[in-house]
Design a protein around this ligand. Sequence first.
Ligand code: IFM
Length: 444
Amino acid sequence: MRFPDGFQWGVSTSSFQIEGGADDDGRGASIWDTYCAAPGKVANGDTGRVACDHYHRWAEDLDLIAGLGARIYRFSIMWGRVLPEGVGATNPKGLDFYDRLVDGMLERGLKPWPCLYHWDLPQALQDRGGWTNRDSAGWFADYAALMAGRLADRVENWVTFNEPSVSAWVGHEEGRHAPGLTDPRAAARAAHHINLSHGRAVAVLRDLSPGKGIGFVLPVHKGRTLPQFQERDAHLIRLYEDKWNGVFLDPVYKGRYPDSVLDRMAEHIRPGDMEEINRPVDFLGVNHYFPTYLLPSEEPASWPFRFAEPPKYMRRTEMGWAIDGDAFREVLMILKDEYGNPPVHVTENGGAFIDVAGPDGRVDDQDRIAYYRDYLTGMGRAIAAGADVRSFMPWSLLDNFEWARGYAKRFGLVHVDFQTQKRTPKASYRFMQQVIANNALPSG
Ligand code: IFM
């Protein structure tokens, strides 16, 4: 399978998951520092204080990206590193770090795609209500202006938010991520304010960073039924997709929330909000990993569906996620058919597997290679059917801090020994090198 001429290849990471340097140069605390410090929240009591020590080893990591042949680097900026209190006084050393990083990318021929928010809200802002506070839209717009003032001359594309759905629903309703709330009403409020913050930032970036692309990144989901699912429950698939996809896609692309969720969102909307959110963007970043199997909720619950185990016959990653490259194809086709075929960049895709290093230290991660074959095939089919997909960025460059699962779940193309910080490219890194060099899937 060949990919279209001009198709681009990149790689993605995020600040809290790799940077470490928690005590360096005046970095402020984030909600994930707080969440990690709370007993029992993160596996093994892991934290992001050192992570991959990328704050000090960034040059080596950029060399690994360049060595892969990737040309786009989507990374994220830790808000509290540049604004320790989230607003007000800036941290010059934090800003200098991102300056160096971006210059390092340009020196290696990499196109910088900074993401302004990959879940590490400054704790000082959480203390003021975080995303449930409507003022968050103003805080975020000011932060976007700061970063545009600093980096606009060198970035290629801006990403406002990574996976706002996870921040809102997992962080505020399920409580499995920082800030760890379990309040459905607060979650809907946070979702709306994140959307509003996105819209405000689009306006700021258009103004201060003319000619640069602007988009946001969503994990676009596909709901699936199980044999025990009744015909009368079919609408739950739509509701699930409206909650996870529509709440974030529809305001941007259609100027409204899906009807099925309007009763939950309406109380948070003020006049003019939907127009602000509805500002045109240049691309959609799509993260995709697995199809979601659903069953009706058994007990009274905030939503009438619940997550179910995938069928036994499905292969799964170490996260327990079903492997299904065809669900990826379906997701890309939904964007084509229901959202006007926007330019899509696949900003994350990959799998966690048990990576055992051989005696020579090499990691022969054939499971991950098989995963990428399956998903790249699904993507290729969608492109052949007309989906406007322009790039692919594996998740992730490095094994890293996998949020509440700590360091046990490894997604990297590059193995990281968290004791020594030694980086060792895995077999999947070599595989991806070949894919990128040939702009095609090698025959397998
Ligand atoms: O590690 C995360 C990333 O931060 C956001 N998308 C999903 C990845 C794997 O869980």
